[in-house]
Design a protein around this ligand. Structure first.
Ligand SMILES: *Cc1c(COP(=O)(O)O)cnc(C)c1O
Length: 453
């Protein structure tokens, strides 16, 4: 059968998440306390995270069971389909087989509810009343608003100011799901007031908004903090994607040669690709490619160094590729890819050359998105379009070399709330921004000093 979609039954939903930590080529270096330089312990994280999540962050169990209530909520949209992009293949005249995993079918339109739901669940179970978080383009804020509404928690969202005004419809989603939303930096927190005093005209950044949400959680006992990417437990929850893809490819009688995902903080790509990493470490010929914008080139131009997760230096230090915590990326349309750091797990694998990284400017990314729209029909999020551009380039390479490879990418979300970005593209208004080397060097000089490392 020449299937266009490979579906799993609800009963085939994975019952456990895949934890990559015991399979890493070497242990993940610990998070460090910014004041002491010592590894952070559970007690350091307890003011903002529930114990279950803290334990998942450092777990060495190969699998972690998905709670029944989370599975019930997942079934609102999971398992998600794996599509064979036959029309795109034809248009490209490639001998490659192209598949994409469609995470855009969740209620929030992206992969983010895969972790928002378990995070809300664990916080509710730990007796919390409210979650505070930041959001860039609004995808994470809307996913968490959706999840909090499901489990019965209040939700406060600090939304990066430029996105708050550029992407008003995600604000509407958050309001509909019952959340409170503020354009960050705000005057509600010390962090926000400090930033506004120094840079009153700032367009905001994810790092600034994180500072505000963490402070809100740390100063309210009934409130915890929730992060939509970067941390180990987030990558863990997202592995439900890759576990499904494995089964779906097996059903199609296929196996990947190239796996591709876009990288903001690394969670959709990690969740999609990590379940395949053991195969690669055991010698399977497999390329795993993370794709980022040239305007925020964390993996391709950043330093592999300990840095803060936020702008104000409130979070633990993490060893990751970073552009410096004071880096404010240009306001490109792939708002979800504007973060100065990346998942430490993903960074370790990039550093050890298990995973490759590449960067594209936004114009060719939108060109690839248009080709995808005009062949496959679905409208990708600008973030997702980065993965599409890489998949198209790989398929063209296959055409030129005659190789019949299997290329699989993660369709992390739809672009129905990003049509303004497509209008800008169609009107020729997109600018391709490279981050200037001297500005990058300046941000990197402000990396925190870590004793003895
Ligand atoms: C948030 C988002 C991303 C980037 O975040 P990651 O943590 O890197 O996955 C990518 N695509 C979509 C659709 C998003 O909403």
């Amino acid at each position: 059968m020449d299937d266009y979609r490979i579906n799993l039954a609800e009963s085939e939903l994975p019952q456990a998440w895949y934890n990559i930590q015991p399979d890493l080529p070497r242990p993940l270096p610990p998070y460090l306390h910014p004041a002491t330089g010592q590894p952070v312990g559970p007690q350091d994280l307890a003011p903002i995270f529930p114990l279950e999540i803290i334990m998942q962050e450092v777990s060495r169990e190969p699998q972690i069971p998905i709670p029944d209530e989370v599975l019930r909520h997942y079934r609102l949209w999971r398992p998600t389909p794996l599509h064979r992009a036959r029309c795109l293949e034809q248009a490209l005249k490639t001998p490659a087989r192209i598949y994409y995993k469609n995470e855009s079918v969740s209620p929030a339109g992206s992969h983010k509810p895969n972790t928002a739901v378990p995070q809300a669940y664990y916080n509710k179970a730990a007796g919390m009343r409210r979650l505070a978080t930041e959001t860039g383009a609004g995808q994470w804020g809307s996913a968490l608003a959706f999840a909090c509404n499901l489990v019965g928690l209040e939700c406060t969202v600090y939304m990066v100011k430029v996105s708050y005004y550029q992407k008003p419809y995600r604000r509407s989603l958050m309001h509909l799901w019952g959340a409170q939303v503020f354009p960050s930096p705000t005057d509600r927190t010390n962090a926000g007031r400090g930033i506004l005093a120094r840079t009153p005209d700032t367009s905001g950044s994810l790092g600034m908004a994180i500072s505000e949400a963490v402070e809100d959680a740390a100063t309210h006992p009934d409130t915890n903090y929730s992060l939509g990417s970067v941390l180990n437990h987030v990558a863990l929850h997202q592995t439900v994607i890759g576990l499904e893809v494995k089964r779906q490819l097996a059903l199609a009688g296929d196996a990947p040669d190239v796996l591709i995902g876009c990288v903001g903080g690394g969670s959709n790509f990690a969740g999609f690709a990590f379940p395949f990493v053991p195969d690669k470490l055991q010698g399977r010929d497999l390329r795993i490619i993370g794709v980022e914008p040239t305007a925020c080139p964390t993996l391709t131009r950043g330093a592999y160094a300990y840095d803060f997760g936020d702008t104000s230096g409130l979070t633990p230090l993490m060893l990751m590729y970073t552009l410096g915590h004071n880096f404010v990326p240009p306001g490109i349309h792939a708002g979800g890819l504007r973060y100065h750091g990346d998942s430490p797990l993903l960074c370790l694998l990039v550093h050890d050359r298990v995973i490759e990284a590449r960067a594209y400017p936004q114009t060719p990314v939108f060109e690839a998105a248009r080709l995808f729209v005009q062949t496959e029909g679905l409208i990708p999020a600008p973030e997702t379009a980065h993965a599409i551009k890489a998949a198209v380039d790989e398929a063209v390479r296959c055409r030129e070399t005659g190789r019949e490879e299997c290329i699989v990418f993660n369709f992390s979300g739809h672009g129905y709330l990003d049509l303004g970005a497509y209008d800008a593209f169609l009107e020729g208004d997109l600018k391709d921004v490279e981050f200037p080397e001297e500005e990058l060097q300046r941000a990197l000089r402000e990396l925190p000093a870590v004793a003895g490392r």
